[in-house]
Design a protein around this ligand. Structure first.
Ligand code: IFM
Length: 476
């Protein structure tokens, strides 16, 4: 890996943002007409989240959004990526919009604009209306049409003031963590359902994109945020390469194939033929999904390292997780693939810190999506942050992490990639899904007893980067 070129200066219009999502921060789950999403149901089901924690209060952003916007402005951020809670604006996932729900997001957006912060709105960050799950959820085709209807409602209400739109966040997680491994809502463990869900999420993206464009000014940009995997192999052995191809298809090609190239990879269809026949891909679907994107969001945390599984591992069914628990794999049809821990320092999630993966990802999508502007819509790290005696929170590991990953973005820019912005995950500590509040990704520390916000040293450091548009040397 080469050292970053100096000076490490970013283009003047580069967006310096932070990201969050509705269920992870808003709280107020029963206010303003909001009804349960699959995450309300899931987190209230015993045994699904650490310590039974839920997003009922989260960090109370619904009531404290002004304070949170002021915090971002004080740091010097120029963009903020948030998501809309579907059941706040359309409680059952059908029928008319609830004005109070839309008004909340209008107030938030106006507050951001008043502080010179560019809003980037994600329509779906995993919180499907429970009523739509009861009707079959993402494995059902109708859910994609419901999403398009919801997209049009939000587009109509906010398209005059939000320019950057993202249809789905990490559809891989919705499909495979939600319907195959079951560690995310709705908690199903059905490989065939997960593949159907993936197709209908793709269709939702396509139909939602067209719906947004039909109601919004043409200057607005519509994107999707993918957590595309950087897949590496332990060797160049053909069996290991075949394992990597499988994971690449199931993590990446299954989404970027139809979105960017108009088709599912042939190798994906072959590898999954024992569990699904893909007959739910109907005439016209691929055209709908493949509408050109205005931008592409990439979420990156850590690379994957795979090999072919030894014979004794190819048993199928749930696997032991090392703590005597059975866990289902999120990867259908991959009993012949084995995942390895990549070497190196790890975050509190156990994810290896490897900024070379971010460079690789950006470089790959510069090739896969020529001419499409890229944004890093999520990147960040969880550490066990604690206030010191004076109440200050020092997180040098996060500063080092951000420095290394921003250097990787800069190297990609120097190599010719068209990266237009970076959104740190996350603005503040929040509900980390099945980990509850046990993982802190924030640049801003949240005391969960008082909900007081305290910028960590990484927040001040990142603010300096945002204000200056360049990376100071790490020791500064
Ligand atoms: O917190 C999540 C976020 O909701 C989606 N991307 C990954 C983050 C860290 O796990």
């Amino acid at each position: 890996m080469s050292e970053p070129v100096t000076p490490v200066t970013f283009p003047p219009a580069f967006l310096w943002g932070a990201a969050t999502s509705a269920y992870q921060i808003e709280g107020a789950v029963r206010e303003g007409g909001r009804t349960p999403s699959i995450w309300d149901t899931f987190s209230h089901t015993p045994g699904r989240t650490a310590r039974g924690e839920t997003g009922d209060i989260a960090v109370d952003h619904y009531h404290r959004y002004r304070e949170d916007v002021a915090l971002m402005a004080g740091l010097g951020l120029t963009a903020y990526r948030f998501s809309v809670s579907w059941t706040r604006v359309q409680p059952t996932g059908r029928g008319p919009a609830v004005q109070r729900g839309l008004d909340f997001y209008r107030r938030l957006v106006d507050e951001l604009l008043a502080h010179g912060i560019k809003p980037a709105l994600t329509l779906y960050h995993w919180d499907l209306p429970q009523e739509l799950e009861d009707a079959g959820g993402w494995p059902e085709r109708d859910t994609a049409f419901r999403f398009a209807e919801y997209a049009a409602m939000v587009g109509e209400a906010l398209g005059d003031r939000v320019e950057q739109w993202i249809t789905l966040n990490e559809p891989w997680c919705s499909a495979f963590l939600g319907y195959a491994s079951g560690i995310h809502a709705p908690g199903r463990t059905d490989p065939e359902a997960s593949l159907r869900a993936a197709h209908h999420l793709n269709l939702a993206h396509g139909l939602g994109t067209s719906a947004l464009r039909s109601v919004m000014p043409s200057r607005n940009s519509v994107a999707v945020s993918l957590n595309s995997a950087v897949v590496r192999t332990v060797s160049r052995d053909p069996a290991d390469l075949a394992a990597a191809q499988k994971i690449d298809d199931l993590a990446n090609g299954i989404f970027h194939g139809p979105m960017l190239h108009g088709a599912y990879p042939r190798t994906l269809l072959e590898a999954t033929s024992s569990v699904t026949d893909w007959s739910y891909v109907r005439d016209g679907d691929l055209e709908a999904i493949g509408r050109p994107l205005d931008a592409l969001g990439l979420n990156y945390y850590t690379p994957a390292l795979v090999s072919a599984a030894p014979e004794e591992r190819k048993a199928g069914g749930p696997r032991a997780d090392g703590h005597g628990m059975s866990v289902f794999s999120p990867w259908p049809c991959t009993d012949d693939v084995m995942f390895h821990q990549t070497p190196g320092e790890r975050t509190e999630m156990g994810w290896t810190v490897d900024p070379t993966g971010l460079h690789e990802l950006i470089t790959r999508y510069t090739r896969e999506a020529p001419g499409v502007p890229l944004y890093v819509t999520e990147n960040g790290a969880a550490y066990d942050d604690k206030p010191d005696a004076e109440g200050r929170v020092h997180d040098p590991e996060r500063i080092a992490y951000l420095h290394a990953h921003l250097s990787a973005v800069h190297r990609a820019l120097a190599d010719g990639a068209d990266v237009r912005g970076y959104f740190l995950w996350s603005l503040m500590d929040n509900f980390e899904w099945s980990y509850g509040y046990g993982r802190r990704f924030g640049a801003v520390y949240v005391d969960y007893a008082t909900l007081e916000r305290t910028p960590k040293s990484s927040a001040w450091w990142y603010g300096r980067v945002a204000r200056g548009g360049h990376l100071p040397p790490l020791e500064d």
